[in-house]
Design a protein around this ligand. Structure first.
Ligand code: FAD
Length: 386
């Protein structure tokens, strides 16, 4: 077990952190209020080679792993300027296409995903299925050699920024007549594909959308990988998603904790001593730090297992990391707000919005309850209730 990062990983952390600090919360805050994507930061992160770090070098990626990509996610969030679409575009979609796409599909999509010039959204969640992805009804039926996709999705992030989207649909099994999952990648300007924004109370740059697919006609090669192995392909993309979601939470927790500690060391209201002297503030901050570090350790375990090719154990660790990092980050933000008193809710201090922002990770991309279900059944061997 390796607890020290390599020189390259340490250098990567510093380079991304330096980049993030040049943008920071001051850059993010007005864009989040206006619901505008962090396009300049996205472009520079891409130009610096950080977006496609996990993708193969032959397609313009960095040839590194999810560990390195998670460093990028963590450090940008720690600087107050996380890029949500990194969870989706290189991590989920880049992974699925690089592992299961045909050489032509890799050539078509990966260079753009790696450079960041192509953003690919990911749509799985449906209004009538929610957490139960087995119940999705977006259906792909054959029409000659083409596919026709029809269905609805909701809460899909970043469709306005995306040039392409990967949709999880179902096809009808010719032999059994049963529906089974299948993954389709296509441009967002394909006729029949519409999206409308959902009004959200969470203040962040990336919007969420309702998707309407009405007989979206796609060529045969829009189907990624094999029709028969789509479930395995999907899960291969969801572990990187959870690793990146954990990295985002760890980074956001660090951002909040840093602010809290700075403030607690400076603010004086009793007897000439900073408020951080009082254990009523110091202990909850220390507890938040312990929990954040523990969740980061699980994130690093998940990323290392994933990069070693152990999908099964990576899946368990990625779920646990996602749960732990979300909870730790929520606690860090809450305690940072408390440490700031009234200032904790003032826009100037940039923490109030994070109360909802950190909480997103308790719901998406997979909810706290569904992770606990997974751990109860998979890790503990308890019976399934649903
Ligand atoms: C900001 C944001 C961004 C998102 N981005 C994307 C995206 O890019 N692409 C995409 O496809 N989706 C996206 N989502 C959707 C997200 O993945 C879903 O919201 C999430 O999976 C939960 O589904 P749901 O909202 O339908 O809740 P539901 O499934 O309706 O669940 C409601 C509640 O019931 C609980 N629950 C459900 N089943 C069980 C059970 N068996 N046991 C115990 N509790 C249960 C859930 O945990 C939850 O608390 C996003 C959501 C948000 C909020």
């Amino acid at each position: 077990m390796q607890f020290n990062e390599t020189e390259e990983q340490i250098a990567l952390r510093k380079a991304v952190s330096d980049l993030g600090k040049r943008y920071g919360h001051e850059y993010t805050a007005p864009r989040a209020k206006a619901r505008e994507p962090l396009s300049e930061l996205w472009a520079e992160t891409g130009r610096s080679g950080f977006i496609g770090l996990n993708l193969p070098e032959e397609y313009g990626g960095g040839g590194a792993g999810m560990y390195e990509l998670s460093i990028v996610g963590e450090e940008l969030n720690a600087a107050g300027c996380g890029l949500l679409m990194m969870v989706v575009s290189p991590a989920i979609n880049g992974t699925i296409i690089s592992r299961f796409g045909t050489p032509e599909q890799k050539q078509r999509w990966l260079p753009g995903l790696a450079s960041g010039e192509t953003i690919m959204a990911f749509g799985i969640t449906e209004p009538d299925a929610g957490s139960n992805s087995h119940n999705i009804t977006t259906t792909a039926r054959r029409d000659g050699s083409d596919w026709l996709l029809t269905g609805r999705k909701y809460y899909v992030s970043g469709v306005d920024q995306a040039q392409a989207i990967l949709i999880v649909a179902r096809t009808e099994d010719a032999r059994t007549g049963r529906l089974k999952p299948a993954l389709f990648a296509f441009p967002t300007d394909t006729p029949g594909f519409e999206h409308t924004p959902i009004e959200m109370d969470v203040v962040m740059p990336d919007r969420q959308f309702m998707l309407y697919l009405d007989d979206v006609r796609l060529p045969a090669d829009a189907l990624i990988g094999s029709e028969d192995a789509a479930l395995a392909q999907l899960f291969a993309g969801l572990n990187p998603e959870r690793i990146m979601a954990s990295a985002g939470s760890v980074g956001m927790g660090r951002y909040a904790l840093d602010k809290a500690v700075t403030y607690a060391n400076e603010r004086i209201v009793w007897g000439g001593k900073p408020i951080g002297t009082h254990q009523g503030l110091a202990h909850p901050l220390a507890k938040a730090k312990v929990e954040l570090e523990l969740s980061k350790l699980m994130l690093q375990k998940a990323a290392s297992l994933y990069d070693s090719g152990d999908d099964m154990r990576a899946g368990e660790a990625a779920n646990m990391a996602k749960y732990a990092a979300a909870e730790a980050s929520i606690a860090c933000v809450d305690q940072a707000v408390q440490t700031h008193g009234g200032n904790g809710l003032a826009s100037e201090y940039g923490l109030g919005n994070l109360l909802i922002g950190a909480r997103v990770a308790r719901i998406a991309p997979v909810s706290r309850e569904m992770i606990l279900n997974f751990v109860a059944q998979f890790s503990l061997g308890l019976p399934k209730s649903y």
